[in-house]
Each structure stands twice: as C-alpha cells, then as structure tokens.
Design a binder for this molecule. Structure first.
Ligand code: SF4
Ligand code: SF4
Length: 128
C-alpha cells in the first residue's frame, strides 16, 4: 500500500471522523485492514496515496491543501529519519511513528497546525 508519511499518524489516531461519508468509510476499511494485517507492506509516497484516493480534497490528482500536507509529510520523514520510497511493514512504520512522534513532544510540534489536532490529541493510541 502506498501511504504518504503523515498518514502513519492519522491512521493510528482515526476514530471514525472524516471529510465525508465516502472518505470515512474508506479510511475505516484501510485502518481495519492494517490492524488485522499489520505485516502489510507499506511504501512511503510523495503526494496522493491510498487514502487520498477517496478524499474530497483531492483535485486533479493533487491535495488542495498540498502546502500544509506536504509539510506534514516532510516533518514526519525528518522525525523518523526516513525518505520517500522507503518500504516496510505497517507494524514497523506505525510502531516507529508511535514511539518517536505520537508519544513525544514531536506530536504537538508536527500536528498542532492540523484541523483535526484537538480530536487527535484526545485520542489514546496503544502501541502495535
Ligand atoms: S492531527 Fe492531523 S495530521 Fe496529525 S494525526 Fe491527526 S489528522 Fe493526522
Ligand atoms: S486532505 Fe489532502 S492529504 Fe489529506 S487525505 Fe485529503 S487529499 Fe490526502
């Protein structure tokens, strides 16, 4: 599965809220699949990914908030010492994101600019 880096965080913080019904149903299916099959192979992608594919903010193949979402991706890559094109299991990537971002001050630093931050910071996540 192709995922943009900041979605390593969003999927773990997902509690059934999304931009519209289609997006939310798709995100639910993806997060349940990854929870059930944590050894699924993930490739970190620049730009639109498997979640964006069903997002109403995707226009002509590009996120309409690309300035913000590209910066989120960049900051997640930096925090995890990863780069676009890196591949691994969901278990490994999500675990790393949990330990190095979601459980540290990096979470506030990276995510506080996001419209969902207030919800995400109140959502407890357990390590994989
Ligand atoms: S605050 Fe935004 S970017 Fe961060 S995990 Fe939540 S939805 Fe994703
Ligand atoms: S807001 Fe942008 S980055 Fe987020 S899912 Fe939609 S298209 Fe993708």
């Amino acid at each position: 599965m192709l995922l943009r880096p900041h979605h390593l965080l969003c999927i773990q913080k997902f509690t059934g809220h999304g931009y519209d019904a289609g997006f939310t149903a798709h995100m639910t299916a993806v997060s349940e699949m990854l929870r059930g099959q944590p050894d699924s192979r993930i490739v970190l992608k620049q730009g639109a990914d498997a979640l964006c594919a069903r997002c109403p903010h995707l226009r002509d193949g590009e996120c309409d908030a690309a300035d913000k979402t590209d910066a989120l991706d960049r900051n997640v890559l930096d925090a995890l010492s990863l780069q676009y094109g890196d591949a691994g299991t969901w278990r490994a990537f999500a675990g790393d994101a949990y330990t190095k971002i979601l459980q540290t001050h990096a979470f506030h630093k990276i995510c506080s600019c996001c419209q969902w931050y207030d919800l995400c910071r109140r959502t407890e996540v357990s390590s994989l």
